[in-house]
Design a protein around this ligand. Structure first.
Ligand code: FPP
Length: 258
């Protein structure tokens, strides 16, 4: 009896989700969605669990979100997994987060390959532990011929440093004569950023009720639509992603025009 009810309920749930996905796909979806995945620690605290349990649960949400983004035809999904400021956290937490790419890719890489997902990373690679970098580079290599969703991990990423480094490279190219002042415009400057090969995000999502950018893609988010939710990242469901996209579809983007 219970099993029958459970089955019926879940069939209904998945058909509702399927309908919603089809509905959303009738309108243009954002090309590039960027997410500040926040609230893992609070999620764990609410359950009297260690903070790392929240990060582990958050990792599972990365998988679900990636799969749905791919299914919706989103071209790029950038996930803020670790900022240049996150090194200030307790050593055990940092070490745990740095093990997550290995666990995630160790488990889900075949699924990403099968679903034509391309893994990329932006951030300062030099300071990453060798095992973290190795897992990421292996995934980048094994998915480099895929042409579906680009899953871009922002890992040891900081936007102000990125902008400063771009300025330094511009100065360098100017001084050695490979760049003229007249050639430097917004498009050209963008090519010096870590996102050189990406379009700017159309939609930024931040979970957990914090309404700030936290040094994330400050240059690239200039004209993005922003969507904030109180939901903590480990509770972020497929329905929430669809809600964010639906809101995006109902907004008018004017890029400063009328
Ligand atoms: C912010 O929440 C979250 C992080 C700094 C880590 C995010 C990492 C994941 C979601 C897993 C990443 C998975 C892969 C595969 C790389 P918080 O800890 O600041 O939460 P709080 O504000 O509630 O304390």
């Amino acid at each position: 009896m219970f099993k029958k009810f459970w089955l019926r309920k879940n069939q209904k749930d998945s058909s509702t989700l399927r309908d919603k996905i089809e509905e959303i796909k009738k309108m243009p979806v954002p090309n590039h969605v960027a997410i500040i995945m926040d609230g893992n620690g609070r999620w764990a605290k609410k359950r009297a669990l260690p903070r790392i349990a929240g990060h582990h649960e958050g990792m599972k949400v990365v998988r679900k979100t990636t799969m749905l983004a791919n299914r919706l035809g989103i071209k790029t999904l950038t996930l803020y997994a670790f900022s240049t400021e996150n090194w200030k956290r307790p050593k055990n937490e940092v070490e745990y987060i740095m093990r997550l790419p290995e666990e995630f890719l160790g488990t889900f890489l075949p699924e990403l390959v099968e679903n034509n997902v391309q893994v990329k990373m932006m951030g300062y690679k030099n300071q990453l532990p060798v095992h973290t970098l190795h897992a990421i580079e292996k995934a980048i290599e094994e998915t480099k011929h895929n042409n579906g969703l680009v899953l871009n991990f922002a890992l040891n990423y900081g936007s102000r440093s990125e902008i400063l480094d771009a300025v330094k490279q511009v100065l360098n190219d100017y001084n050695n004569g490979t760049l003229k002042e007249t050639e430097l415009d917004e498009k050209n400057f963008s090519s010096y950023m870590m996102t050189a090969n990406f379009a700017d995000p159309d939609l930024l999502i931040r979970t957990s009720g914090e309404i700030r950018l936290s040094n994330f893609m400050l240059w690239q988010l200039a004209y993005s639509e922003l969507w904030f939710t109180d939901v903590l990242w480990p509770d972020f469901s497929e329905e929430h992603l669809l809600e964010a996209i639906e809101t995006f579809q109902n907004r008018q983007r004017r890029f400063g025009g009328l």
